[in-house]
Write a protein that binds this ligand. Structure first.
Ligand code: NAI
Length: 503
């Protein structure tokens, strides 16, 4: 427990307030829970007690700790009960005017040393604090849903506020078993801002017709993500994610790197919100997603043999040749002129430019993403001129051998690399703006978004130069300023510095 904080008051006994009260009481703080709706706080405390019971049954909490936490939880319908609290956490409806009013009323009740925080996800803290007399004692403390499982909280000191308030909050977050990350008061703070790359780049790929949602999801799962971007949209609901994308984009004065897409708005307006409406990017029947696993292995294609020339750099070439010749039983050749099909790596460019620049035959040349080839997924990219019968023959042989194959249309840097580059670039933008330190950014993304690694660690692993080259390729081919590499990233790439270096 933090010395100076013994008693906590939580306002709002909804999803977030109840989750926050649960972890705070479990950590040993006397916890008052208040809601404007009479009886709601009591109902929420009964729900928390039931969750504690389940934790005891699962052996994750001792009966003694359950009893102690329940004794510390105090539902109240009277804000006056907050008179002796050391910390107030506001988790009420996301309406600026209402938050301002409630916090001014709370400030009149609590002692002058008490810290007041808001759990807002989208409102500027500077605006919420407008009616407070003691702004030095105010900050943001942003938890994530479900609070007991999402073990990270963003501490958001007010611009020009007292650093001691931030330090006390950081210590408090640690004391309840969560990891604190410090963010500036800026749209989306760290986690929701960093998450924009995954969602908006996926929409961009869809808009460009590079691949369908199921294919993009399959690629990103193969690249190490727990969930593809469209599965995530369907889980969150476009009623939540579309306004969040728009708010962050507008918040940064229409920065192209954060640009959302009309695809999301159209689908939201049509009520295709995701799981909650039975249809989003996928369709759901009784909560089960429809199966979109491709099953188009035709015997005709299997009976056709094609000779393939593989033009990938070592060691990916060896893996590709093994897959094609040894496993799928296709003929391969080193002689490009006698090949029916040519597989190349289009690198940071796209296939069309690669074909034109290298004078390759346009009908029979395809690209294969070398980054995914040893990740149990084969990503084949066609150009508009590609002979798709050839592609079907290759796909049929690979699928018959049990390999997972995803076919995409022409794109600079394929799918996974585009997504990674956008994620690293957005993260670099967050650090460049001074919103978070590189360490806090990586920690926040790992814990808050569940990515396999923090974006900057990833950038270091792939190489900052490589990321910048991918972004430059995207910028040149698409002409879209969305892909401008952030200066902070460019300089580190040029100077050979790690992205984890805050300097
Ligand atoms: P919710 O709708 O589940 O709960 C809000 C509660 O506040 C309700 O019980 C309501 O009766 C109460 N309330 C409304 N006006 C009040 C007032 N004037 N005084 C006292 N109580 C009042 O909302 P939820 O999802 O718990 O969100 C609460 C806050 O947390 C919002 O600011 C939201 O943006 C933020 N947040 C929500 C997350 C989520 O995933 N749901 C994640 C992170 C933050």
């Amino acid at each position: 427990m933090v010395e100076t904080i013994r008693t906590v008051g939580v306002i709002g006994a909804g999803v977030m307030g109840a989750g926050i009260a649960q972890v705070v009481a479990a950590a040993g703080y006397e916890t008052f829970l208040f809601d404007a709706q009479p009886g709601k706080a009591l109902e929420a405390c009964d729900g928390i007690a039931a969750r504690f019971e389940r934790l005891v049954e699962k052996g994750k909490m001792s009966d003694h700790d359950r009893g102690r936490a329940c004794d510390l939880l105090k539902p109240t319908d009277n804000l006056e009960s907050f008179s002796a609290v050391d910390l107030v956490v506001e988790a009420i409806v996301e309406i600026l005017e209402v938050k301002q009013q409630v916090l001014a009323a709370v400030e009149a009740v609590v002692g002058s040393d008490a810290i007041i925080v808001s759990n807002t996800s989208s409102l500027p803290l500077g605006a919420i604090a407008q009616r407070l007399a003691r702004k030095n004692r105010f900050a943001g403390l942003h938890f994530f849903n479900p609070v007991p499982l999402m073990k990270v909280a963003e501490v958001i000191p007010l611009l020009g506020g007292d650093h001691k308030t931030g330090e006390r909050l950081t210590a408090f977050v640690r004391s309840i078993g969560h990891t604190p990350v410090v963010s500036a008061d800026s749209p989306g703070f760290i986690i929701n801002h960093a998450g924009r790359a995954y969602s908006t780049e996926a929409l961009r790929l869809l808009e460009e017709g590079v691949a369908d949602p199921a294919s993009i999801d399959r690629i990103m799962r193969a690249a190490g993500f727990r969930m593809g971007p469209f599965e995530l949209f369907d889980l969150t609901g476009l009623d939540v994610s579309e306004p969040a994308m728009r708010a962050i984009y507008e918040g940064f004065y229409q920065e192209p790197r954060l640009r959302p897409s009309a695809v999301a708005t159209e689908r939201k307006l049509a009520g295709k919100l995701g799981r909650k409406t039975g249809e989003g990017f996928y369709r759901y029947l009784d909560g089960q997603r429809e199966d979109l696993t491709p099953n188009n292995v035709s015997q005709n294609h299997l009976d056709t043999d094609i000779t393939v020339h593989v033009d990938l750099a070592f060691p990916k070439r060896t893996i590709a040749l093994d897959l094609l010749a040894e496993k799928a039983g296709l003929s391969t050749t080193d002689d490009i002129s006698s090949a029916d099909m040519i597989l190349v790596d289009s690198g940071h460019s796209d296939l069309t430019n690669t074909i034109c620049d290298r004078g390759l035959p346009k009908h029979k040349t395809f690209a294969m993403d070398p980054a995914l080839i040893d990740r149990s997924l084969i990503c084949l990219m066609a150009s508009p001129a590609s002979d798709l019968t050839l592609q079907q023959v290759l796909v049929a042989h690979l699928r018959a051998n049990g390999d997972e194959v995803v076919c995409i249309q022409d794109s600079p840097s394929y799918v996974a690399q585009r997504m990674f580059s956008a994620i690293v670039n957005t993260a670099a933008g967050i650090v460049e703006r001074g919103i978070a330190s590189p360490q806090d950014l990586d920690t926040a993304v790992e814990l808050g978004l569940g990515y396999p690694q923090g974006p900057l660690k990833w950038g270091d692993m792939l190489g900052p130069k490589h990321i910048v080259a991918a972004l430059e390729g995207l910028r040149v081919v698409t002409g879209d300023p969305r892909y401008r590499p952030v200066l902070w990233l460019q300089r580190r790439a040029k100077l050979g510095m790690s992205l984890s270096n805050a300097a």
